[in-house]
Write a protein that binds this ligand. Sequence first.
Ligand code: WTA
Length: 634
Amino acid sequence: MVQEFAPPTTEWYYPTEEIVTNAHVPDYDAVYNDAMQDVEAFWAQRAQTLHWFQPWEKVLDSSNAPFYKWFVGGKTNITYNAVDRHAKTWRKNKLAMIWEGEPGDKRTISYWRLNQEVNRFANILKSMGVRRGDRVTIYMGRIPELPIAMLACAKIGAIHSVVYGGFSEQSLADRIEDAQSRVVITADGAWLRGKIVNLKAVVNEAIHRSPVVEHVIVVKRTGHDIHMEEGRDYWYHDLAGLPIASTRCETEEMDAEDPLFILYTSGTTGKPKGVLHTHGGYQVYTSTTLEWVFDLKDEDRWWCAADPGWITGHSYIVYAPLILGATSFMYEGAPDYPYPSRYWKMIEEYGLTVLYTAPTAIRGLMRFGEAWPNRYDLSSLRLLGSVGEPINPEAWRWYFEHVGKKRCPIMDTWWQTETGGFMITPLPSVGLKPGSATRPFPGIEVDVVDEDGNSCPPGVDGKLVIKKPWPGMLRTVYGDPDRYVKQYWSEYSRQGWYLAGDSARKDEDGYVWIIGRIDDVIKVSGYRLGTAEVESGLVSHAAVAEAAVIGVPDEVKGNVIYAYCILRAGVQASKELEDELKNHIRHEVGPIAVPSHIEFVDKLPKTRSGKIMRRVLKARAMGLPEGDLSTLEE
Ligand code: WTA
C-alpha cells in the first residue's frame, strides 16, 4: 500500500481549564466508559432529549443483523425535532439560518419563518403528488431553499436524494434513475467564482436521459435565461403564491426506521451506491455528536462550510444544528472569492464562533499567507473543526496559530456518509495531537485489525473496523441489500464488524491515525469519488477503448486524478484530445472529477483475471517500488 500520510508526531495540545469546565463533557474517559457499560441505555438516554409521537419499545433490534433497527416501534419525525418544536417556544425568535450569497446578498431566517417556509414547500410538494416514501431529487447550489426543501420532504415522509451541484449530466441522470424520482427540485443557476453554474441546463439533459421525471420545481437564484419545459417545469415563486401553498401543513408521524434520505456515494466498484438513513436513529446520533464535539450552546453562531449536497452538510448544516436549536451560517460561494479574505471577513462580520471545514480549504487559504486572516478580528471563534481527509500537521498548525490564534482546539472528526455522524473525534476537553482524529465518540467501539481480525499493536497499520452498531449507521444500500452486506459486513462477518474501508494505526495512547482508503475511492478536495465513475466517463467517449484512474497526492487538494487511457484503433493521441477528454468528463461526471493529467498508453497493468492493478500505476506515478507483481499478467 502506498503511504500517503506523514507518521505520527508526538506533539500534544491541551485545552485550557476554561474550555474543559465549560464543556458538555468535561471528562471524556468517564463518559466513554460509562456509555460502554450499557450502550443501549446510553443511546436511549440521548434519544429522550428529542420529541417522539410515540415512545419506542426496543432500543436496538439485532435479530436480522446487519440489518439493525433502532428505537423500534417509536414514532417521530426529524423535521418536527428540527423545526416544529422550536417554532412553539422562545426559539421562534431566534435565527435558525444566516446566509450570505457569493455576490454579497444576505438573508436571515428565524425559526418561526423557517417553519412557515418548510410548510409552504411541503404543501407544494404534496400538490405535485409527492407522498410518503416517494423519492425527490434535489440538485441546487448552496441557498436556503436547499435545506428548506430537505426539511419539507422529511416533513411529509418523502425521501430526499440530494445530488451535489458539482456533478453533471450523467451522474445526475444515474442518481435520478436509481432513485426513480418523479420530482426534481433545482434552481436556475448558482454563483461560483463570479460565474453562473447553469444547473437547470444540466437538469434538462439529465431528464432527457432519465425520463422518469414528471415535475421540476425551479428556484430563481441567478435570473439568467433558462429553458422551462411547459407542463413539466414550474417556478417555485409562482407555486408559492398559490392558495395551496399555505403555511400550515401536518407533520407526518414516521416510524423510527422509515427512510429519511438517500445519499449517493462512491464505493469500490460500479455505480455509486445509495446510502440510506432513517428518521429515528440519525436524529439522535447527529444531534448528540454535534452538541458534544462542538459544544454547541444557544449563544453560538455555528459555521459548517461544507456543501449540503454531501453528508457533512446534511448532518451538520441542516439536521443537527436545527435539532439543537442553534444558529447555522451558510455561504454560497468559493472561499477565495473575490479575495482570499472571504472566510475571515465573514467570521468577523457575523461573529461566528465555530468554524468546521476541510483540510483542502485550509491548505488552499494557507497558500495566500497569514496576512489575510491577520487583517480581521477572529476573536469570536472558540473552536475549529476539520473533516474529509487526514489533516497534515503543517495545515493543522497554520489553522491553529493563524485562525484560532492558539486559543481554539481543533476537532478533527473522522466519519463517513455511511456513519451519519462523527465516529472518531476529539471532544473539546481532550488532549490533541495534530493529525490524529484521537479516540472514538462515546458509545462507539473502533479498532485497527489485521486480516484475521486480531488487534494490531501500536504503530502497525491495519484495517479500521467498528465493532458495535450505532444509531446513525446506514441501514442499507438503496435497492441493493446484498451490496450492503457484501461491502460493509462480509470481511469480518464472523465477528459482525463493520468495515470502514480505511487503513489506520493506533499509537501507544490509543489515538487513531487515519492513513487513507484501502479501496478504489479517491478523495479529491475532500470529495469522495470512485475510480469506476471517472473510468466509465472516459470510456463513454468514442476515442477511448479502456481507462484506469488513480489518485496521486497533491499539496492543496489532498489528491488529484491521474488517468491512463488506451485509445481505439486508428485514434491519434494529442494534446487536443486530452483537453477534449477533460471537457467530456466535466460534462458527464462533473467538474470535481476532471483528471489533472491524462496519459495515453498501449497497455494497462492487469492481473491474470483481467483486473486493473491500480496500485502498480500509482507506484509508477509516484516513483515508488511496485511491490508484489506476482499476480501481474505480464
Ligand atoms: C475520509 C465525509 C481522515 C476517510 C464525512 C473516510 C477522513 C472518507 C476524515 C469518508 C478525517 C473523513 N481524517 N480521513 N477527519 N474524515 N475521512 O463519505 O477516508 O465523503 O472513509 O464522508 O473520508 O468520506 P465521506
